[in-house]
Design a protein around this ligand. Structure first.
Ligand code: IVH
Length: 672
């Protein structure tokens, strides 16, 4: 059936409303009313319509949750009101002290408390205008956070459009990762030889700060909202009402909240939670108490750091006793040997634990951990447990002290420990374990992003002798690849394509991919911007490097060390010969600036800037200026007599700034 534009628009809007409703039923109420297949069918129909009529696409369309390309960095956003944190209480006495302070400040008044779970995730703020999701940010330092709008849009419980419009609404909540998604993510990372996240909170933070929204979407975050930061057009009188209102508007509010009239009841409730918390599918690290009445909240006010009307009760860390069965070491990418304890499985904080990190040999010596020892293990919110103490009184003499092996468990080369360092390293540059980890890192998504080059294929390439260093990847031939086990003609071709494509990656990616110690993604970006070419970076002296803000002496020394190695220089020369890009393509100006990652389109005449000047102002702050409006455009700046770009922006729902607003944005006064 062929529709005309008007009919298609109507149908698309109908589908969006339906999909939003079923999204709400499914994700917020947990009560789906239609089968998944019917939902999928509606999504497909909407996708088709939007494909046929791209002008119908709006940023809030359910098809647009995973949109945009990876960003170079995040812009900063100033919060409308500061995002405070909470004071903590660790026991009943401290809760009663809090109650006493509240009542003293409100003499003779009734006080009700709302108690809700404290979700172990990361605070975010979401801003809506006339019911539409405009932008979202991390808490940051409380005053300013990072613009993570694209990533928040991938969370299914973030409504892109509210169930009814509110003129202005800034909601706050906790983005988190369920225990199940967390376990799945870590399993995949372990398989890929990547470092593990210590707890769901770190995993959620790492995921929200992903520059590529595709990655965020793949990791399944969720969000509970717990309050309003700023609003216009609504007037709730209590916190319970706020929660009810937020839920009506389409947000997911944690259903576990309760209202109490007396502190005794609160304490009784808190004690019931000590074990209950493990039954929930997400990590809860405490309970939050809030004075219900908003007028009382206002009169109680806040200190610089936290509100006087709320307190967080923190659960005590969970501990358990078990036995160390063995201690083993793993060789990492940089050749560091990391010991871990193999434990007798024990229930701890709701999961079964069979491993503990031991960090390095000093820690083992300090705590005198021996194989066979009975030990106290603890998870203080962290998922990877640690050994708190050895129960030396329970030793029977059969325990075996452990020491770091003198040779690498992978290649048998001698290991060394540099003066002043806790880490022991394998000295063999060609150690297969190191090479394996190094290649996994080189090919990983945030480095050279070579799809199809996972740990298994890398293992085969190393074993067959086809690859001895990252540069060898670029001389692989189709005939070599198809001969590998489990790599069919199609995968082989795809892999070659991905390797070829990686040649034109940015310099920043290449620097990060090299795996220089201490040089993460951010440092790599800074170095690429400063030196503009690999050759220039190789020639940098240590004193030049430390002079760069954010490059400390440790990083500088590691860089100089890395390039001093003849072996490394040989590999780099091979990479250059293979045609891998070693230059910074962009102008680099303003990278990491407040507008970085933002795409602007200019239309019409501005009173106080020429086109060129306006362009430079944007670029100075890290933004980009494009010539035509698309779904990837963040802002259209409209001067006098704007052209068709203005209309296109209206149709696509791109944010339009007038000259005044543009100037405010440049000045960092307002966050649009
Ligand atoms: S209320 C004024 N409620 O705990 C502070 N916070 O320091 C408003 N959190 O940063 C916070 N669950 O990230 C509140 N139900 C809840 C919460 C919660 C988790 C986090 C939040 C905040 C930290 C407290």
């Amino acid at each position: 059936m062929k529709l005309d534009l008007a009919a298609a628009r109507e149908r698309a809007e109908f589908l969006r409303k339906e999909i939003e409703l079923h999204n709400y039923n499914y994700y917020v109420l947990d009560k789906p009313v239609i089968p998944d297949s019917q939902y999928d069918q509606m999504m497909r129909e909407l996708e088709k319509l939007e494909e046929q009529f791209p002008e119908l696409i709006t940023p809030y369309s359910p098809t647009q949750r995973v949109g945009g390309r990876p960003r170079e960095g995040f812009a900063t956003i100033r919060h409308l009101t500061p995002m405070l944190s909470l004071a903590n209480a660790f026991n009943e006495g401290e809760l009663r002290d809090f109650d006493r302070r509240v009542r003293q400040a409100l003499p003779g008044e009734q006080v009700q408390y709302v108690v809700e779970p404290k979700i172990d995730g990361l605070a975010v703020s979401l801003y809506y205008e006339n019911g539409y999701f405009i932008r979202g940010a991390t808490r940051g330092d409380g005053e300013t956070g990072e613009d993570i709008t694209a990533n928040l849009k991938t969370i299914k419980t973030v409504p892109l459009r509210l169930r009814r419009p509110v003129p202005e609404l800034e909601v706050r909540g906790e983005a988190y990762m369920s225990k199940e998604s967390f376990a799945r993510l870590n399993e995949a990372r372990e398989e890929a030889g990547e470092s593990l996240f210590a707890n769901p909170r770190n995993a959620a933070a790492g995921t929200l700060r992903q520059l590529d929204p595709q990655v965020t979407a793949s990791r399944q975050l969720a969000l509970f909202v717990y309050g309003i930061g700023h609003s216009r057009g609504i007037a709730p009188s209590g916190h319970k009402e706020v929660l009810e209102l937020l839920s009506e508007l389409g947000f997911k509010v944690n259903p576990e909240y309760r209202v109490f009239d007396r502190m005794d009841e609160v304490i009784e409730y808190v004690s019931r939670w000590q074990s209950r918390r493990f039954d929930l599918p997400y990590a809860v690290d405490g309970l939050v108490l809030k004075v219900n009445s908003l007028s009382q909240q206002e009169r109680l006010g806040s200190t610089m750091k936290s509100p006087r009307w709320s307190i967080a009760y923190k659960f005590p860390p969970e501990q358990a006793v078990t036995r160390v069965k063995d201690i083993f070491v793993r060789v990492g990418r940089t050749g560091v040997l990391t010991p871990s304890a193999d434990l007798e499985p024990v229930r701890l904080a709701g999961t079964t634990v069979s491993r503990a990190t031991l960090h390095n040999e000093d820690l083992i010596r300090e705590k005198d951990i021996r194989i066979g020892d009975r030990v106290l293990v603890q998870k203080a919110g962290d998922i990877i447990p640690e050994i708190v103490a050895v129960l030396t009184g329970e030793r029977d003499g059969t325990e075996v002290p452990w020491s770091m092996p003198r040779e690498c468990p992978s290649c048998r080369s001698p290991v060394v420990r540099a003066a002043g360092e806790a880490a022991v390293r394998c000295t063999n540059l060609a150690c297969p374990a190191k090479l394996w980890e190094g290649l996994i890192h080189f090919a990983s998504r945030n480095a050279m992003d070579i799809a199809g080059l996972g740990p298994a294929v890398i293992g085969q390439l190393l074993a067959s002798g086809l690859v001895r260093d990252p540069a060898d990847l670029y001389s692989l031939r189709y005939e070599d690849l198809v001969r590998l086990e489990r790599l069919g003609p199609k995968s082989a071709r795809n892999l070659l394509g991905a390797i070829e494509a990686s040649k034109s990656n940015s310099l920043a990616r290449l620097i990060f991919a090299l795996g220089i110690r201490h040089v993460g993604e951010r440092a790599a970006r800074i170095l690429a911007e400063r030196y503009k070419s690999l050759e220039a970076l190789m020639a940098a002296r240590e004193e030049d490097l430390v002079a760069i803000p954010e490059i400390g002496p440790k990083i500088a020394a590691a860089i100089v060390d890395f390039f001093a190695s003849e072996e490394n220089r040989r590999v780099l020369e091979k990479l250059v010969q293979a045609g891998v890009n070693t230059r910074d393509a962009g102008t680099g100006a303003g990278e990491g600036g407040p507008l970085s990652g933002k795409v602007f389109v200019l239309t019409g005449t501005l009173a106080s800037f020429s086109r060129q000047e306006a362009k430079e102002e944007v670029e100075k702050r890290g933004g980009k200026v494009a010539s035509s409006v698309s779904r990837n455009t963040d802002y259209v700046v409209a001067g006098e007599k704007p052209g068709s770009k203005y209309e296109k922006a209206l149709v696509l729902g791109v944010r339009i700034l007038n000259e005044e607003e543009f100037k405010e944005l440049l000045a960092g006064i307002k966050n649009h």
